[in-house]
Design a protein around this ligand. Structure first.
Ligand SMILES: [Zn+2]
Length: 407
């Protein structure tokens, strides 16, 4: 059989179905098949139904309490109540939980303090402070947020800087900037061209934060895959398929790179302001690039929230990253008290145990989220097994310094 003929034959057999041909062939001659019986062809399985159980027999460490007390610098215990086209509008907030509900989990899991980033501003901020920080100043901190819906007023820059002063006066410990900046906020708030991250209208706001020693927790851009087509090559296909509105592919969105570059220009322009670049500088897939930024900007810090799935699948690179930047990395989870949509960040004892296991043990190939299916992508993670000196810094020492708890 020539090469070409063989290929043609294979394609014909393929079309008929190999299994059928083999079985009929044997029984027609009334003989036992000379080869072992063909295995039953498994039925087709939808990706969403695939829940493989690992067959690895490797140590599983249960870390029920963190080695050292934790400051979780990234939680959402309150949140702006009203949104328009991705922009929080007005001052009202929703209380997502109460100290009575959260404190028992905190005590059980060795969490000394939670920072509620999304305290909104004005009356909403007042309510968040009243509810969490004032009755429990050693357990909760509340950050304020810009009044985005004022952006189009002519005196916005000044007004916003004064608002930071008022928030500071009321007790807010820092400023949170959500990905609204760069991806949702537009010149007329909800319409017009997207506002740039390094827009000079915010310069007075960043400087006010420096003046009041309020760190800025900033979420810029999103995972790299959110900027690519939602297709079979996208490593976060299932996540984006579940949340198509999280995709920033196409339309008038800037690229991931443009967003991060605008952020970097802004960091460079405000060296006196401390920036906590959330989600590992929003570039956990590319630690070389985050390292470069940390080298360039001494005023930049990072935290881990919702990115142990990225760090934990490059454990050797991540471990080196933690060793080199041990004074710049903080503990965060992005915990929200309820819901089912994002298991990687639902506030629970189990969530914290996974983070502790990731940081403290050398366990291999385990779930990064308490969920039957990995919610962000089909991967498992490996622990970093950090030494005590680094754990202490990451769990609380760096946060104490940046948040001004100690000098
Ligand atoms: Zn968050």
């Amino acid at each position: 059989m020539s090469r070409v003929n063989r290929r043609q034959w294979l394609s014909r057999v393929g079309a008929a179905g190999v299994a059928t041909v083999a079985v009929t062939g044997a029984s027609a001659q009334g003989q036992e098949p000379s080869k072992p019986a063909q295995a039953v062809k498994p039925e087709r399985l939808a990706l969403e139904d695939f829940q493989p159980k690992s067959m690895l027999h490797v140590p599983e460490t249960n870390v029920t309490r963190s080695r050292f007390p934790v400051i979780d610098v990234h939680t959402h215990l309150t949140m702006g109540a009203r949104h328009k086209n991705g922009v929080t509008v007005e001052e009202e907030i929703r209380l997502l939980t109460s100290p009575d509900d959260v404190l028992p989990v905190m005590d059980q899991k060795n969490i000394r303090m939670m920072v509620d980033l999304t305290g909104n501003c004005g009356k909403g901020l007042e309510e968040a402070l009243q509810r969490f920080q004032r009755p429990h100043p050693d357990r909760f901190m509340v950050f304020t947020e810009p009044g985005w819906d004022h952006f189009s007023r002519p005196d916005y820059a000044r007004w916003q800087a004064d608002e930071i002063a008022r928030a500071h006066q009321a007790g807010a410990k820092g400023l949170k900037v959500v990905k609204t900046l760069g991806l949702y906020l537009r010149e007329q708030v909800t319409s017009g061209p997207l506002v740039k991250i390094d827009d000079p209208h915010f310069d007075l706001m960043w400087e006010a934060c420096a003046a009041f020693k309020m760190p800025v927790a900033i979420h810029i851009s999103d995972p790299e895959a959110f900027f690519l087509p939602i297709d079979r090559f996208n490593e976060r296909f299932e996540e984006l398929n579940n949340h198509p509105d999280w995709s920033f592919y196409d339309r008038d969105f800037p690229s991931n790179r443009e967003l991060l570059e605008a952020r970097n220009r802004m960091f460079a322009r405000h060296p006196g302001t401390s920036f906590i670049a959330l989600h590992v500088g929003n570039n956990a897939e590319n630690l070389a690039s985050v390292s470069e930024c940390l080298d360039r900007f001494p005023n930049m810090y990072v935290e881990l929230a919702a990115r142990i799935g990225e760090l934990g699948r490059q454990p050797r690179t991540a471990r080196k990253f933690f060793e080199k930047y041990q004074d710049r990395i903080m503990f965060g989870t992005d915990a929200v008290p309820n819901g089912t949509q994002t298991p990687q960040q639902i506030l629970s004892a189990k969530l914290y145990e996974i983070y502790y296991r990731f940081l403290e043990t050398e366990d291999e190939y385990f779930d990064y989220a308490p969920a039957p299916k990995p919610p962000q992508g089909r991967w498992q993670i490996y622990g970093l097994g950090l030494p005590e000196s680094i754990l202490r810094k990451v769990y609380y020492e760096n946060a104490e310094r940046v948040l001004g708890i100690v000098d």
